[in-house]
Design a protein around this ligand. Structure first.
Ligand code: NAG
Ligand code: NAG
Ligand code: NAG
Length: 427
């Protein structure tokens, strides 16, 4: 398509993207105020009966954010009205919202003078792969690239091991962090890449201890099939992309963060094959979750802290998903609070403050999560980190990538130091 010089760039780009998100045409997004347990229960039942996509769970002082298909919209709003649950329309048309976001992203990219590093952008799978390969090649004494194996669709799932002693010094704890287990949570990928950057390419004087005294495993894209699918087909895809026609011929994938072998398929899951929280036919049915498990088991004695990075909501969460607190609950809170506070100290005024606590108590019960699996097999400090959504959920404006990267790095650094001191007490 030819863009006339006189036509505003954004409008032209907007036209270029028209139609790309047609599957979301007529979908709308609503803020729902859930002030009581009854409101919460009502919304939960509507989530199932109307196949709502819950973008953000509600709390007494944070509205829930839900997307609804056009055919269910009237019923949702009428039911909320009937029960006096306050609600407002956040987005009237998700397709339009996504087209505008694409245009904004393209305009932002073209306004950059130099080529963006993959951690300054929302990189595609191939860009991430290239980056990991380059870092491993350029820093062979420090970095080992590992190919865990193929995803369901055959993309290699790679991670970096970063260590000044090639993982041979058992007196060092291991920090394992991963991102993009949920495909649409785009801003988590740059955070993982930026952590690599800060440890390897841009190690600053104040962070020498993090490299010398800790070994790192960083896996930037747990779910590459889903991630690529969000770039090419459905921006709001969350699940993996496995296909098992004997189970269900119409719906692809499972919620990878319900697919781990811990209280599998008990609470916080849907039995509907097409729902966002369908956990799969059995624990570890997905190759992607098996690779995460295998990393944990291979290094179980030394992984002191595991961070499963998500977007969004400003939460530092820990187990268990059934609301019972692990024995070392005070340490979990201590390290999680230090992480959240370090990030808060650098937060933007528009961002929420982090909240720290048990995931079931603060948010909702879950089973089969990566966080709970790591905790249950003996990784002492296991967290789910929910990055900021700035009130726009998954469509984080690209201008904020840098901010999220650098503030989150400070939180990771704070948690690594405390994890190390608890590890010394353990060995
Ligand atoms: C670390 O040791 C492994 C063998 O255990 C070797 O394959 C790898 O290349 C080494 N990495 C570095 C960075 O020295
Ligand atoms: C697949 O799942 C959808 C949604 O639950 C359901 O309507 C359909 O009947 C299922 N198909 C099979 C073969 O189970
Ligand atoms: C909660 O879940 C954990 C991990 O699965 C389990 O060890 C614990 O026994 C459960 N607690 C209760 C009260 O069910």
């Amino acid at each position: 398509m030819v863009c006339l010089v006189l036509v505003a760039v954004a409008a032209c780009l907007g036209a270029a993207f028209a139609g790309r998100h047609d599957i979301y045409s007529g979908y709308s997004v609503h803020h729902v105020s859930v002030q009581t347990a009854e409101h919460s229960a009502l919304l939960h039942s509507l989530e199932e009966s109307l196949s709502l996509d819950v973008w953000q769970h509600g709390a007494p002082d944070r509205a829930a954010v839900v997307m609804v298909a056009p055919q269910h919209r009237r019923r949702l709003l009428r039911t909320l009205d009937d029960h006096d649950v306050p609600h407002t329309t956040h987005r009237a048309d998700v397709a339009k919202m996504l087209e505008e976001y694409d245009a904004r992203l393209a305009a932002w990219r073209s306004s950059r003078s130099s080529r963006l590093a993959p951690f300054d952008d929302f990189p595609r799978y191939n860009d991430v792969d290239e980056y990991l390969e380059r870092i491993a090649l350029q820093y062979p004494d420090l970095v080992t690239l590992v190919n865990a194996g193929p995803s369901w669709e055959g993309r290699d799932i790679k991670y970096l091991k970063i260590s000044t002693t090639n993982f041979t010094d058992a007196s060092k704890p291991i920090y394992f962090l991963d991102a993009t287990i949920h495909a649409r949570e785009w801003v988590t990928t740059p955070v993982a890449l930026y952590s690599i950057h800060r440890l390897v390419e841009d190690l600053r004087a104040q962070d020498w201890d993090l490299l010398n005294d800790v070994d790192w495993i960083i896996l930037p894209i747990v779910n590459p099939d889903g991630y690529e699918y969000t770039h090419t087909n459905e921006r709001l895809w969350r699940r993996t992309r496995s296909y098992r026609p004997d189970v269900n011929a119409t719906c692809y994938g499972v919620d990878a963060n319900r697919n781990f072998d811990v209280a599998f398929n008990t609470v916080g899951v849907s039995s509907n094959h097409c729902d966002q929280t369908y956990p799969g036919t059995e624990a570890f049915s997905e190759p992607e979750t098996r690779y995460v498990r295998d990393i944990m088991l291979e290094h179980l004695e030394r992984i002191q802290i595991y961070l499963n990075i998500h977007s969004h909501g400003n939460w530092v969460l820990y187990g268990f998903g059934n609301a019972s607190i692990p024995d070392n609950g005070v340490q979990l809170f201590h390290v999680g609070a230090a992480m959240g506070a370090a990030i808060d100290a650098r937060k933007l005024p528009i961002a929420l403050f982090y909240r720290v606590g048990n995931s079931a108590i603060l948010l909702y019960p879950t089973s089969g999560s990566a966080q709970d699996y790591a905790q249950s097999i003996g990784i002492p400090l296991s967290y789910t980190l929910e990055l900021p959504g700035y009130g726009v959920q998954f469509e984080v404006p690209p201008e904020y990538i840098n901010q999220i990267n650098s503030e989150t790095w400070e939180g990771i650094a704070a948690s690594a130091r405390l994890a190390r001191s608890y590890y010394q007490a353990r060995v």
